[in-house]
Design a binder for this molecule. Structure first.
Ligand SMILES: Nc1nc2c(ncn2[C@@H]2O[C@H](COP(=O)(O)OP(=O)(O)OP(=O)(O)O)[C@@H](O)[C@H]2O)c(=O)[nH]1
Ligand SMILES: [Mg+2]
Length: 236
């Protein structure tokens, strides 16, 4: 007889770079929310410490000592945004696995709503589409340009390529065989899902301003996206 514990229903994976201003609220809000909205459902919160250089790891260890549902994946060196997400996804044991950013721009009740929608859905992937944006006109315009360019280059509509959480079952995750180490990972996921004929359901949410800390998105990030799209399109 197997002694393996049964897998949790939900694995919420979140990657943190320098999030000392957010990590305590992030963890508390997600744990409270899943305990409240998914009573009796087993879940784990997987926090990836993606080589932070601030006080995030010390705070995360304090939290992990208090909360058994919190599991840390500690990367000694920064593995890039996509590398961090892949490390968290690889460690996740749930029947439904989804990833989010560690900066609370999607509120915990919406995260729980998307996971519950994934459980109730027959779609392969359930993801967010950010319909109300409180993060400024510049970011809204950038997102619009990016999604339009994505459609022009790859020939299919994805309303919000970078919308997260994206929730899926482990079998679907394996099929996607993600390999990006940078910000292109969300695009790679949608492209691979399309290639594999997977179905996608979208849940509308509000995207908030970062509550604390600083964004790491730079002008160079936009060029990185463009280079990645070109390379993917041309099979490099
Ligand atoms: N910059 C960066 N962020 C990472 C990395 N790994 C994980 N993250 C997390 O990825 C999330 C998104 O990063 P942000 O810099 O906030 O980027 P963004 O959300 O597109 O930008 P804003 O909307 O302006 O906050 C944050 O929660 C980071 O902590 C990494 O290697 N580099
Ligand atoms: Mg952010």
């Amino acid at each position: 007889m197997s002694t393996e514990p049964s897998p949790p229903v939900y694995s919420i994976v979140t990657t943190c770079y320098n999030e000392e201003a957010n990590i305590e609220n992030l963890v508390a809000n997600l744990l409270n929310c899943f305990n409240e909205h998914c009573p009796g459902e087993d879940f784990e919160l997987v926090v990836v410490l993606n080589g932070p250089t601030d006080n995030t790891p010390a705070l995360a260890h304090e939290l992990a000592a208090k909360h058994p549902q919190l599991r840390l994946v500690e990367l000694a060196q920064n593995q890039g945004y996509g590398g961090g997400i892949r490390a968290g996804l690889a460690a996740a044991k749930g029947q439904f696995i989804g990833y989010i950013d560690g900066d609370e721009q999607i509120l915990a009740p919406d995260v729980a709503r998307v996971f519950k929608a994934a459980r109730a859905s027959s779609a392969d992937i359930v993801k967010v589409v950010r319909i109300i944006r409180e993060d400024g006109l510049q970011r809204r315009v950038l997102t619009r340009v990016y999604n339009t360019l994505f459609k022009a280059m790859f020939g299919f509509i994805c309303h919000d390529v970078n919308g997260k959480p994206k929730v899926l079952k482990p079998e679907a995750l394996r099929k996607l065989s993600l390999s990006s180490s940078d910000w292109f990972i969300d695009a790679e996921l949608m492209l691979s899902a399309h290639k594999n004929g997977m179905t996608v359901e979208e849940v509308p949410v509000t995207f908030h301003k970062r509550p604390g800390g600083a964004s790491n998105v730079r002008l160079s990030t936009i060029f990185e996206f463009l280079r990645n799209m070109y390379n993917y399109r041309t099979g490099r």
